[in-house]
Design a protein around this ligand. Structure first.
Ligand code: F6R
Length: 604
């Protein structure tokens, strides 16, 4: 989704803004722009469709100024184009604005206030900058007053950075539902959608709450609530180093992040172990879950897939029924809830708007909730009653890999701890620390066999238009994730199916050479999945079988090291991630930045 950066008080703001935008590239975008001004009154507004490198190529050699804002746009209203790229300017070019989010009532605002304005592009954002201009001109308000009045009128989600060319020593910012942070420096300050963008400039950040308006000078900031009351808020140090966000010798972040997974498993063991080397989570979470009669897991995409594996683990270890819901459906189609529901929000970014709108409703209903996220301090983390962190380190490739496995590992820890508290025998008997260490080792074995997966990608996925992953139980849940990985980066139309369901319709799609990849880790259902693979093979499918040691057959193409039956997803997903990675490379696409996708989906 859109990314915002800004800087005030530094000599070369353009350079810092471009570097910041490059660090936000992972969020997904289709155009970018930058505005720089300063006391010399000369200003630069440069925008470009496409990548940051195209924007960079358009920038003049020298850009003087002390203040600037930049933006990467992921189009919602108006096609990706130079005209629709941010920053947007008011009709008289005095005000310059960047925006992340969606203004829902922009049509009404336009009709009510802006009939005299000629709009330059098709975005909802332009309405906002014109409205500020309108209030300054017609009501003689100060810029800050006009901004505040505008914020009270517009509806929707936003993070804004506003510059008034007549006040070239200040940036006004505000947010509602979309992320934005202020970074504090010595005689300079920065703004950014994600601390990662400005970590080279500062490690000290201040959060902004929804509906606050912040005035940012080079040497001070002032936070006010919606009514104009001053707000005091301490800064915090971001636990992030430049190393965390660089890909080093790796060609792509995705490959680095796949390789990070064994280390993440070990980090999680450490993070959730007490002095007696027992896994533990906060007692308040345990109490809330023990008091509930049903757990609802709410998530999107890959996190939703992790939720399905989590359901299996939680039900088996805690005997509490678990429902898994897509956030985008749940919010507007809420099922009849149990008497004492407990909500788990799974979100790598902690910013996903679909999940957040559910959390807002859950909070209104005063039900207890837990966010499991990779982003401490993210919106979902702040707004849920409890948080458990994924400790996966920044995940920059758009396709989620290590966050998925970290989510499953954290859910396993929750299942074990709650199960133990309930005296469940399965939970008491599993040595999860040991089993997760075995998972880390198994992941390492697979990661060391990359060339095999590279070859399979070539043999099975080259030139194909579509592909199917099939499995049963946990293997079905992994099949859904494996298919999502493949389709989102290689653009092969891939679907994950419950193996037994294929023959109820989808088998009609099987043609000579259609790749069908079977995942088999569970001895109880192995023979059934094998029969389904046989059925498609008879119809011409090109089958590849990924099985787990103990249920393998000599003809299986890949045998996974054996791990605890509850944790097989953590291992079987790794070759699927690698297959997606290599299939994408072989097709010549950008692995880390697939078309149309955004890393952090901050619009509903
Ligand atoms: C796919 C992927 C997405 C996200 C989804 C939810 O690789 O990354 O499907 O899982 O957009 O994002 P989070 O987990 O940040 O809420």
């Amino acid at each position: 989704m859109c990314g915002i950066v800004g800087v005030i008080g530094k000599k070369n703001p353009a350079k810092i803004i471009i570097q910041g935008l490059e660090k936000l590239e992972y969020r997904g975008y289709d155009s970018a722009g930058i505005f720089v001004t300063g006391k010399n009154k000369q200003d630069y507004l440069v925008k470009s469709k496409g990548r940051i490198k195209e924007l960079k190529a358009k920038l003049p050699q020298e850009i003087n100024g002390e203040i600037g804002i930049g933006h990467t746009r992921w189009a919602t209203h108006g096609r990706p184009s130079e005209l629709n790229a941010h920053p947007h300017t008011s009709e008289d070019n005095r005000f310059v604005l960047v925006h992340n989010g969606v203004i829902q009532n922009f049509e009404e605002v336009k009709a009510k206030y802006l009939t005299n304005y000629t709009l330059k592009g098709d975005t909802d954002t332009e309405i906002v900058v014109q409205l500020i201009d309108h209030f300054v001109l017609t009501e003689k308000l100060t810029t800050k007053e006009a901004f505040r009045k505008t914020l009270a009128i517009i509806e929707g989600s936003y993070a804004f950075a506003l510059v008034d060319k007549e006040e070239p020593d200040v940036i006004y910012v505000a947010k509602n539902k979309s992320p934005l942070l202020i970074g504090l420096g010595k005689n300079f300050n920065v703004i950014c959608s994600d601390a990662m963008a400005m970590i080279e400039e500062t490690k000290r950040f201040v959060e902004i709450a929804d509906q606050e308006l912040v005035t940012v000078w080079a040497d001070a900031i002032q936070i006010e609530d919606a009514k104009g009351n001053l707000v005091r808020r301490e800064s915090y140090e971001a636990q992030l180093t430049l190393n965390d966000i660089e890909k080093g010798t790796y060609p792509y972040y995705m490959l680095k992040e796949i390789d990070d997974q064994p280390a993440v498993m070990r980090k999680l063991i450490q993070a959730y172990s007490n002095n007696q080397q027992e896994l533990t989570i906060s007692q308040e979470i345990v109490t809330d879950i023990l008091n509930s009669d049903r757990i609802y897991i709410v998530a999107c995409g890959t996190s939703w897939h992790a939720g399905w594996v989590g359901k299996q683990m939680l039900e088996q270890y805690t005997s509490t029924p678990v429902e898994v819901h897509l956030a985008s459906e749940f919010g507007y189609n809420m099922p009849i809830l149990a008497k004492k529901p407990f909500f788990i929000f799974l979100s790598q970014s902690g910013e996903t708007a679909d999940s957040r709108q559910v959390l807002v409703k859950i909070n209104e209903l005063t039900y207890p909730s837990l966010t499991i996220t990779n982003a401490a301090g993210s919106t979902l983390s702040r707004e849920a009653k409890h948080t458990l962190l994924l400790h996966a380190g920044p995940e920059i490739a758009v396709a989620s890999t290590k966050a998925y496995t970290a989510q499953i590992a954290v859910l396993a820890i929750v299942a074990k701890v709650i199960g133990e508290a309930k005296g469940n025998l399965k939970a008491l008997n599993i040595d999860l620390v040991h089993e997760l260490s075995m998972v880390a080792q198994a992941m390492e074995v697979l990661i060391s066999r990359k060339e095999v997966l590279e070859e399979y990608a070539q043999t099975y996925l080259e030139d194909t238009r579509n592909a199917f992953y099939i499995g049963r139980g946990i293997d079905y849940y992994v099949s859904m994730e494996a298919a999502l990985k493949l389709k989102e980066i290689s653009y092969i139309q891939a679907e994950g199916f419950a193996a037994g369901e294929l023959k109820h319709g989808t088998i009609a799609l099987i043609e000579e050479g259609t790749p069908v990849l079977g995942i088999i880790t569970d001895a109880n259902i192995a023979s059934h999945t094998r029969s389904n693979l046989q059925e498609v093979e008879t119809r011409g499918a090109h089958t590849l079988i990924i099985s787990m040691s103990g249920v393998e057959k000599a003809t299986d193409q890949l045998v996974l090291p054996k791990v605890h039956p509850m944790l097989t997803a953590l291992v079987s997903v790794v070759p699927c991630q690698l297959l997606a990675y290599y299939a994408t490379l072989q097709r010549g696409y950008d692995v880390d930045k697939p078309r149309n996708l955004a890393k952090s989906v901050t619009v509903e």
